[in-house]
Design a protein around this ligand. Structure first.
Ligand SMILES: C[S@@+](CC[C@H](N)C(=O)[O-])C[C@H]1O[C@@H](n2cnc3c(N)ncnc32)[C@H](O)[C@@H]1O
Length: 218
């Protein structure tokens, strides 16, 4: 992936995220990471971005013309071929397979909703995907975008200090798609809680087999 835009009303929410080492590394390796604010490009007066839902009900809905304007401002008139992901509790549940798929895209937009959500026409006509980080509701798309962006960015070449970390981790091919095996570190005994002998044996082949076995069992 060469470019990742997270469209949001709260770009400052990503200050911490952007400071993370793997994100910083990915940017140094050429990832163009941006956080466009819907409010900066809204075609409406006084920075308006939302409106009351048709049919009535609580809350405000992010307008389709506002999201469209933000996308066109970033990408011009043709959105064809771009991966545009709207974050929604009702979307496809995000997992490692989707993270891998998205990381292989040349670019991606993540659309954060707030309030009651985003006008459905964004999902129908502008987005290629709707993605959920789980079957629960959080207050805005920013945390969901961080989850998705983090999982994707750590797959980019040069993002992790030690590239091996991503090769053999939970759900990787190296572990046959299974969760990772358990890790232990010093001290070898704490309150009588020991460490599996095999890990202290120095026998790398046995350790490798034990890890694979534990991973399958999990
Ligand atoms: C308060 S939520 C809107 C919930 C919506 N009214 C509903 O009941 O499905 C506001 C925004 O947070 C984001 N969001 C909330 N939960 C999410 C989840 N589980 N996965 C992805 N995004 C989520 C979405 O962008 C959503 O538009």
């Amino acid at each position: 992936m060469r470019r990742l835009d997270v469209f949001t009303l709260f770009p400052d929410a990503f200050d911490w995220f952007r400071g993370q080492r793997h994100v910083h590394n990915a940017e140094r390796q050429g990832l163009d990471l941006r956080f466009p604010n819907y409010r900066d490009t809204t075609p409406l007066g006084a920075g308006q971005v939302d409106d009351a839902p048709y049919g009535g009900g609580a809350g405000m809905v992010l307008r389709v013309d506002v999201v469209d304007a933000a996308l066109r401002n970033a990408y011009g008139d043709s959105l064809a071929g771009r991966r545009i992901v709207v974050l929604s509790p009702s979307g496809r549940v995000f997992d490692e397979e989707l993270a891998r798929e998205l990381a292989a895209e040349p670019d991606m937009a993540l659309l954060c909703g707030r309030y009651e959500g985003i006008d459905e026409r964004v999902r129908e006509h502008l987005a290629t995907d709707a993605v959920s980080i789980g079957r629960y509701v959080i207050s805005g798309g920013e945390l969901a975008a961080m989850v998705v962006a983090d999982a994707v960015i750590r797959k980019l070449p040069g993002a992790l200090g030690d590239a091996e970390s991503a090769v053999e981790e939970s759900f990787s091919e190296a572990l046959e798609g299974a969760p990772e095996y358990p890790h232990y570190t010093r001290p070898p005994d704490y309150r009588g809680w020991g460490v599996p002998d095999v890990l202290l044996s120095g026998d790398h082949e046995r350790i490798r087999e034990w890890r694979l076995e534990m991973s399958r069992a999990r």
